[in-house]
Structures are given as structure tokens and as C-alpha cells.
Ligand binder design. Structure first.
Ligand code: NOJ
Length: 763
């Protein structure tokens, strides 16, 4: 009998070529499931656990330590290394392991460009143009894959209604529909036809879930939210990006109604896997498994590991816990090996999808092909960066047509951000080099050549607060402080301004002020710069503020002082040229805000798609017992969807194909858009709906469609949207997702505040 068993086992091994040799990878020609099953059968527990570890190269883990880990099979993927030489050396090591040579994958935070830096995500969203967004995604993937990388920790689709949170800069704004569309576009453009293609990267949608709703806008804080708000407003962008095929999802650091996302089986199993059928990989955020102890849901490291793995975290980022504690937990039966197999399966699946089993060097090529100079100019995509960047700039104010400027006379360019190469590329600037970025000053000089005189003075430091400077410089030297006194700097700027015909002042935040772990309680421009603006204003010269910032700022005072204001976010490698294009009218601004700009921090949260109250405040008929602040006007300073142009547009009344809509039918909503000014220009037609009476109170407006439109001076175009009942659905009290019959307003406008309205009935 014993003999028989062994013979049949032997037969099965020889019959199944995939199992024939326990030290070799299966044939890469097998389909994915067969391949991964065959490979799993060959793996020891230790090898499996090794695959679940994702290690960051950095001071905690220098390359020498990582080399040891690779040698011991203790690592499945690596991030924060960005040159082919380094990546190749590590992959070579994995390929030299005595047994299974499972390739490593290499990831990086490519959020808005790899070497060519595009505008920050909030800026990209301001283009409201999916083709523009796709261009940035494709180039980021191209450059990342040329550097040997396989995966990016992007897109970030956390809805946020709280500009105190520094990470609004990384997201796509406050709106569910816009964020979903852009998130989906980024996944498709970064992953291309297939994430294993030579110039594609696999995406990791983050941060799942609800990270943008941290209480008080304080980073890493808790989230508490009703299920309706969660699934109507915050969850759809993750779902849209995952449905677009993202191979990965990164789990957020916050709690959700008391349970950390990293420990949340409801989130990671019930919602993500069972309801949404996500089949890719889940990755914890940096050190999140360790943090379960501080969250107070695990008493010790072993329990943290057990909870995280059982909740559905496949790969652990940047902690040694899985490696250290899983073997014992399995031995004692506290974690089942099949749970580990399930997690490993996802790692191997994505490695298969990234093409690594067919060719571990698929993004590296032969040794001789490595670039001589990784930072070479020829590796950048400057033209595309400039084209994209100019579409992300939002004109907030333009009194008496101060802009566009003429390329003549004398222009004073001032402000701490006017010539900062580091700041203009923003935070998370991947492998982008500040030295290769074009500042506003340089861009303006390029634009005017010798036609005009440009005078430059810094005018102020970003801030005069030493503590803030120390904070901004705590991890790298990001802010240069001019040692002169504030008054000397202001005097120099005022003297330049007095000699000039117009002042262009670049003011706002340094990039480090709008980043991870950079929450603020004030949203005003720092005092050092406000004093500069006051002094510039006092010269009586036309004052153009070029705003650089990574979040909505409270700009009531500046709005009163400035003749023109251009929101430029952090506009990337070609930012200075792109801003100059707009300032001089070589490009007519077309960007629109993807997030409301409050008047003051006390109004937060302020977002356009709020619910109506029983006591709405009417500015034209004020009443004490209505919903408002007695010390602040209601509503934002600049609404969601807002942005001016150098031309003017008119929107006709809204025409509907039908006054009623059948539950399974569709209708068209159209307007005629006319360029009523004297310049060609682009704008964005925006469609909003409002469910007037429903079983639960519904938002006063919700974006359900948008179309970028370009019109020549005097030209008119008919713009048509198609609407069906899907756009009218929401979660009711019983969490049933359905549209309710009744009357709806449909509104079309060029921002969320000024719209034309028509009414229809859903049958
Ligand atoms: C922590 C951040 O929250 C996340 O967005 C990022 O991708 C990881 N660190 C890796 O850098």
C-alpha cells in the first residue's frame, strides 16, 4: 500500500510537468491560475511569507540590509529605488536564489509624473479634461517603466471636503463624479492595454477607504460616517478605479467607524472582494500593521499580524511583522495556512500580470541598454508637460482685464515662490529634479525675451516663523531662508514694483505645506507674504497674484487687493512656461476648480453638494433663524467648478428631449454655448441634478456630466448630455440603491453656482 501511494505520487509528479522539479518555476506558458497554483505547491511556508513583504529602501533599510533579505527570500517587492542599475542588481539577486527564483516587483509613488513632473493631482483635476489627464498618466507610466519600475502607488482618489488636510493636494477634489472619471482615466492610461506591457505600470488605488474624511482634517485621524454618505459620496471613486482594472489597492491608515481599515474584514472582504469582486492585491500602508497596537485593536505584534492577515491585508508595507510573527502563528494554528496561500496567490497573480514570470527584466532590458545619465534632459517630456500644465491653471479674478499682460514695458516679478525650482514641482515629485524645473521667473523671461524688462525681488520668505521652517526642512532641505530682515526684502520688492508697469507676485504655500502630515488650522497665506502683498498694493501698481498652493486657501483679503489672481497649484517641470503662456495670453485659461474655496477656515466643511436645510439662508431676505454664520457670508469665496477666461461665454436655456424619463429610458439635455467675447477660448459645460423630493433629503446639486468645449470668438455650439435613471440613484434609508420617481431639476452652467435649470419627472 505504502509503495502504491508513492508510485502514484511519483506518477502524478511526472505527469504534471509543472510539478516535476520543486526548485524551478513552472512554465510561463501556463495560464495564470494554473501557473500560480503550480508555483504555490512548490513553495515552503517561509518562501510564502517572504512574498508578503514589501520593503522600502531608505535609512531604515539600507541597500545592504535589503540585499540580505533578498538572499534569505524575505521580500516580495521593493519600493523607493528608481534607477535601472539598482533595480537590476536586486532582481539579479532574486534570480540567483538556489531554489525558486521568484522575481521581485518594484514600485514607487509616481503620483503626478516620474521624471517629467506634471501638475499635482488637484491641478490635473482642474483641467476637467480626461484626455489631458490621460496624457499625464501615459507619460508617467512610460518614464516609470523606463526606469525599471512595475507598479505605482496611484491614483489617489480620496474625496476630501476639508482643505485643512494637506493631502487634498494629492487627490482630485471634493466631487464624487469628477474624481471617479479622473481616477478611472488614470488607471487606464497608466496600466495601458495590459499592466505588463513594456511601457505600462500596474496601479494601486489608494487610500481605501475614506482617508480624505479624517476628522478635523488632521492627518491619520479617525473617520466616522453614515453608510449613505459613505456609499453615495466617498466609495464610488475607489470602485470606479478598481472596475477600470487596477491591479492593486492600498489600504488607508484611518479607522472607519471605530475599526482601522487595516483590521477591517468588512471593508476588505465583504465590500472589496465579495461585493465588488476585486481580484487584485491589497497592500497595507506604511507601517499600518504595527499601528494596530496604537489604534488599540491589537495588544501585541502577533495579534496585529493575525488581525491584519485575517482581515484581508495581502502584502504588508514597511514592517517586519509578517516575516517575524506569521511562522509562529501558523505553527500554533492561529493563522491558517490557506489564508496565507490566499494572500500569496494575490502577490503571485499580480507578478504574473506584470509579466515578471515571463521576463523578470521586462522593464529593464539588457544591461547595455541602461541610460548613461538617468537625469538626462532627453528623458523628459517637456512639451507635453507644458501643454498639460497650462490647462490646469484657474483664473479666479481679472479686474478690468488686467490679464493678459503685454510683452512690453517693465514687469516686477516678486514673491518667495517666483523663483523656487523645488516648490513648483510640488510634493510627491517622484524622480523629478528641481534643477530641471522652470520657475515663474524663468518662464516669464523666456516669454518676453528682450521685448520687456523683468525685475525680480524675492520680497519675503515663505514664512517668518522659525518653527514652521524647521518643520518644512525636517526631512530634507526644502526651504531656503533669505537671511535679510523682512523689511529689507519688502523694500527691495517695493522698489522694483515702483519701477514697473505691473507687479506679478508669486505667493502661497511651499510644497511641504501641502503634503502628507501637513495639516493646517489656518488657510490664509502666511503673514510674511501678506505683509509683502500689503506693501505691493500700496504702490498703486496693477497687482497680479500668481497663487501656488496645494489646497484651497482663504483668500478674502487677497481677492480685495489683487487686480487679477491665477491659481496655479504646483504646476510641474514646465510650470513657469505654462504660467507665462497664460499670463501673456498665449493660452486662454480654461481650468475650473475641483474643490470649493472657503472664505475662512471656520466654514469647513464647505462643499457644493451639501444637503438643503429646513431653514436655508437667503441673502436677499436675511432672517436670523436661518442656517448661516453671523460673522461670515454664506457660501464659498470661489465655488466648485469656477474658473474665468479671457473671453466670455453665455449659456442658453436648458432644453430637454422629453419632460419625463422612464426608469429604463434616457433623455437628452442640451444648451447652446456661445463665446460672446473677442478671443477664442475653452470652458467646461457642467451638468448638475437635484432630486426635489425623495425619501431622504438629497444634495442641492450633484455633478453628473461635464464636457470641455472650445469655441472661437463669436462661435456657438450645441452641447448635449444624455441622462438616464442611473444618474438619479442613491442609497435610501434601508441602503437600497435606487432612483425614486418624482420631479428633478437638471441644471447646466459653467460653474456650480450659476446654472440654467429645467425640470423633468422620473416616471
Ligand atoms: C504612506 C502614504 O500614505 C502612501 O500614500 C504612500 O504611497 C506610502 N507611504 C509609500 O510611500
Amino acid at each position: 500500500m505504502k509503495w502504491l501511494c508513492s508510485i502514484s505520487l511519483l506518477a502524478s509528479l511526472t505527469l504534471n510537468p509543472a510539478l516535476a522539479d520543486n526548485t524551478q518555476l513552472p512554465s510561463p506558458n501556463l495560464p495564470r491560475d494554473a501557473y500560480v497554483n503550480a508555483l504555490l505547491q512548490k513553495m515552503t511556508l517561509q518562501e510564502k511569507i517572504g512574498q508578503l513583504r514589501l520593503i522600502s529602501v531608505g535609512p531604515e533599510n539600507p541597500k545592504s540590509a535589503i540585499r540580505e533579505m533578498i538572499k534569505n527570500g524575505q521580500v516580495g517587492g521593493i519600493f523607493n529605488t528608481v534607477t535601472r542599475q539598482d533595480i537590476r542588481a536586486m532582481q539579479d539577486q532574486a534570480m540567483q536564489l538556489p531554489r525558486l527564483k521568484i522575481p521581485l516587483f518594484f514600485a514607487y509613488d509616481i503620483i503626478h509624473g516620474q521624471r517629467t513632473i506634471f501638475p499635482i493631482s488637484l491641478g490635473l483635476a482642474s483641467s476637467w479634461n480626461l484626455d489631458t489627464v490621460a496624457t499625464s498618466g501615459r507619460i508617467a507610466a512610460y518614464e516609470g517603466s523606463e526606469d525599471g519600475l512595475n507598479m505605482t502607488w496611484a491614483p489617489m482618489v480620496d474625496i476630501s471636503r476639508d482643505p485643512r488636510w494637506g493631502r487634498v493636494s494629492e487627490g482630485l477634489g471634493e466631487d464624487t463624479f469628477l474624481t471617479s472619471q479622473i481616477g478611472r482615466t488614470l488607471v487606464r492610461s497608466i496600466q495601458g492595454a495590459h499592466p505588463g506591457d513594456r511601457h505600462a505600470l500596474m496601479t494601486t488605488v489608494k487610500h481605501f477607504a475614506l482617508y480624505g474624511a479624517v476628522e478635523g482634517g488632521r492627518d491619520y485621524n479617525s473617520v466616522d460616517m453614515s453608510p449613505q454618505r459613505m456609499f453615495d459620496d466617498y466609495m464610488p471613486p475607489y470602485k470606479a478605479a478598481l472596475d477600470a482594472g487596477s491591479g492593486g489597492v492600498m489600504v488607508s491608515l484611518n479607522t472607519i467607524n471605530g475599526v482601522p481599515a487595516t483590521a477591517n474584514a468588512w471593508l476588505l472582504k465583504d465590500i472589496l472582494r465579495k461585493q465588488w469582486h476585486f481580484s487584485g492585491i491589497t497592500i497595507s500602508d506604511h507601517g499600518a500593521i504595527k499601528e494596530l497596537i496604537k489604534h488599540g485593536v491589537a495588544s501585541d505584534p502577533e495579534q496585529a499580524v493575525k488581525i491584519a492577515l485575517n482581515a484581508g491585508i495581502n502584502m504588508s508595507m514597511s514592517d517586519e511583522y509578517y516575516d517575524r510573527y506569521l511562522p509562529g502563528l501558523v505553527k500554533r494554528g492561529e493563522v491558517k495556512e490557506h489564508e496565507i496561500d490566499q494572500a500569496v496567490r494575490h502577490v503571485l497573480n499580480v507578478k504574473y500580470d506584470m509579466g515578471l514570470f515571463r521576463d523578470p527584466y521586462n522593464h529593464l532590458g539588457p544591461v547595455g541598454s541602461d541610460p548613461q545619465d538617468t537625469n538626462a534632459e532627453s528623458r523628459l517630456h517637456r512639451d507635453a508637460a507644458r501643454q498639460v500644465a497650462r490647462q490646469t491653471l484657474v483664473l479666479l479674478k481679472n479686474r478690468l482685464q488686467t490679464l493678459p499682460l503685454k510683452k512690453q514695458g517693465t514687469i516686477a516679478v516678486v514673491g518667495p515662490l517666483a523663483d523656487s525650482q523645488r516648490d513648483i514641482i510640488g510634493s510627491w515629485s517622484a524622480a523629478g529634479r528641481p534643477k530641471q524645473s522652470v520657475t515663474l521667473l524663468q518662464g516669464m523671461r523666456n516669454a518676453v525675451g528682450n521685448k520687456a524688462t523683468i525685475l525680480y525681488a524675492k520680497g519675503a520668505n515663505i514664512t517668518n516663523h522659525q518653527d514652521l521652517v524647521a518643520f518644512l526642512n525636517s526631512y530634507d532641505h526644502a526651504v531656503d531662508v533669505d537671511p535679510r530682515t523682512p523689511q529689507v526684502m519688502i523694500d527691495e520688492a517695493v522698489s522694483a514694483a515702483r519701477k514697473a508697469d505691473v507687479i506679478v507676485a508669486a505667493v502661497g504655500e511651499s510644497q511641504g505645506m501641502a503634503n502628507e502630515a501637513s495639516s493646517r488650522t489656518h488657510l490664509t497665506i502666511p503673514d510674511s507674504q501678506r505683509q509683502l502683498i500689503d506693501a505691493l498694493k500700496a504702490t498703486g501698481k496693477p497687482l497680479v497674484l500668481v497663487l501656488m498652493n496645494g489646497r484651497p486657501l482663504a483668500l478674502v483679503r487677497e481677492n480685495q487687493q489683487a487686480d487679477a489672481m491665477l491659481e496655479t497649484w504646483f504646476s510641474g517641470t514646465e510650470g513657469g512656461n505654462a504660467i507665462a503662456d497664460v499670463l501673456f495670453g498665449d493660452y486662454n485659461p480654461s481650468g475650473k476648480l475641483p474643490i470649493s474655496f472657503p472664505r475662512s477656515v471656520g466654514q469647513i466643511p464647505i462643499y457644493y453638494n451639501h444637503l438643503p436645510t429646513g431653514r436655508p439662508y437667503l441673502a436677499e431676505k436675511p432672517d436670523k433663524y436661518t442656517s448661516h454664520y453671523y460673522d461670515e457670508a454664506n457660501g464659498p469665496l470661489f465655488p466648485f467648478g469656477f474658473g474665468l477666461s479671457y473671453t466670455t461665454f453665455s449659456v442658453s436655456d436648458v432644453a430637454l428631449s422629453n419632460p419625463t424619463l422612464k426608469p429604463d429610458g434616457s433623455m437628452t439635455v442640451s444648451v447652446t454655448l456661445t463665446n460672446t467675447g473677442h478671443r477664442d477660448g475653452g470652458t467646461v459645460a457642467q451638468l448638475y441634478i437635484h432630486d426635489i423630493t425623495a425619501s431622504v433629503s438629497r444634495p442641492v446639486k450633484q455633478l453628473k456630466g461635464f464636457q470641455p468645449v472650445f469655441l472661437k470668438a463669436g462661435e456657438s455650439k450645441r452641447i448635449t448630455f444624455t441622462l438616464d435613471a442611473n444618474a438619479l440613484k442613491f442609497y435610501n434609508q434601508q441602503m437600497i440603491y435606487a432612483a425614486e420617481p418624482g420631479d428633478f431639476d437638471v441644471m447646466v452652467g459653467l460653474d456650480s453656482a450659476r446654472v440654467k435649470t429645467a425640470r423633468f419627472t422620473l416616471l
